[in-house]
Ligand binder design. Sequence first.
Ligand SMILES: NC(=O)C1=CN([C@@H]2O[C@H](COP(=O)(O)OP(=O)(O)OC[C@H]3O[C@@H](n4cnc5c(N)ncnc54)[C@H](O)[C@@H]3O)[C@@H](O)[C@H]2O)C=CC1
Ligand SMILES: O=C(O)CCC(=O)C(=O)O
Length: 436
Amino acid sequence: MTRPKPKKPATSEIPGVSMLDRARETLRAACDRLSIHPDVYEELKWPRETLAATLLIRMDDGSRRAFKAWRCRYNDRRGPTKGGVRFHPNVSLDEVETLAFWMTFKCAVANLPFGGGKGGVCVDTKELSPNELERLSRAYVEAFAAFIGPDRDILAPDMYTNGIVLAWMADEYSAITGQPSPTALTGKPLAFGGTRGRIDATARGGYVALRELHGPLGLSPDKATVAIQGFGNVGYHAAKLLHADGYRIVALSDSRGAIHDPDGFDPLAVMEHKSRTGAILGAPGHGETREISNAELLELDVDVLVPAALERQITADNQARIKARVILEMANGPVSPAADAWLAEKGTIIIPDILANSGGVTVSHLEWVQNRSGFYWDASRVRDHLRDVMETETQAVWALHSEMGLSLREAAYVHGLRRIAGSVEARGTPAYFEEA
Ligand SMILES: NC(=O)C1=CN([C@@H]2O[C@H](COP(=O)(O)OP(=O)(O)OC[C@H]3O[C@@H](n4cnc5c(N)ncnc54)[C@H](O)[C@@H]3O)[C@@H](O)[C@H]2O)C=CC1
Ligand SMILES: O=C(O)CCC(=O)C(=O)O
């Protein structure tokens, strides 16, 4: 296959254009494809509401520190807004609103009765003690309590927030509202109203989506190699599931660096090393293991590249060096729109975030359902449901890709947008141009 000449950067790579502006380009294209009424585009261009707060925390040394925090309810046409809370030093208003935009389409692609939301705090959790982290988590809920609610806005984990953080948040929400097991937060520990199967749900969903496309993509697990960026909740569980299926995991990374071994890694051994030392660097592989940079990991010649950390890891800067045949986007927004277009033209198959990582919110939905009914499902029922959703929606996106000649990302947006437009129309507002 001949490599296309690098194109003039799209607006999406021009400094000063926000991430939300870039996301709107994808929306615009999907609206054009479907002859969506301009009123719908106008609505979906903007978040419905975003709240900002400054969280003032008493540190262990007695001083006070301020942390910027946000919660965005992007669009609630299909139901209460739903999405995680991210704790990361680069969190910004633009990032939170863009992540909430993506959640809107992700929930529609997974056919959940939810709109999209997201939250974040600008903080490096590695600098906080457990007590400080607890105070920050509780302060977040206190600041946004009036915004949150089981029928309004439902929180969940994201980067650097986990079951413990969600338990602190849920406990705070219980104290404020008097609800013993709050339905307004998912990803809670099992003993606090959580669901079975949430911990590995995001990774499992992506694994099912990839498995569903084995045939069309000509992938054979016993021959295929994989590199995974990010070894947290999503990256670790994705590594475990793919490894168990026969894939060779030849490279892994975390925020401190990356490791490469052509003979492959056992993710359990790497996790054991990370738990003991705090990083994956130095973890054993099956052969000769060497340290590489995170940038080098992305550029390895592998069958499947799995970005499972931050957004904008593959951009116009490194797109020409990306050799993977398939990119399974477990992170949100790891490929910039310009790189996405460039790679699609080159023939790289990108299984887009709003499909690939929708397994997490799909099982969060089940937690919400179980909290409301008070009847708790066993793990196999949760997994069967997740598998059915992922298989159905992956097939639907693949069918649109084949029938309409769209990239998988364009197809996923068209699929989600049809459902959102359907809920606009159901309220008596035209969502499509009238036929002439
Ligand atoms: N947790 C969930 O259920 C869902 C997560 N996601 C997305 O998946 C991605 C990962 O989320 P989690 O695994 O939950 O987060 P996590 O906090 O459990 O793990 C993040 C991992 O990324 C690594 N990392 C951070 N910066 C990095 C860098 N510059 N290069 C390489 N690795 C780096 C960290 O060391 C850690 O291993 C995020 O984009 C998140 O939005 C998407 C859907 C659901
Ligand atoms: O589980 C959820 O509700 C949301 C997970 C999330 O934040 C995401 O899919 O990006």
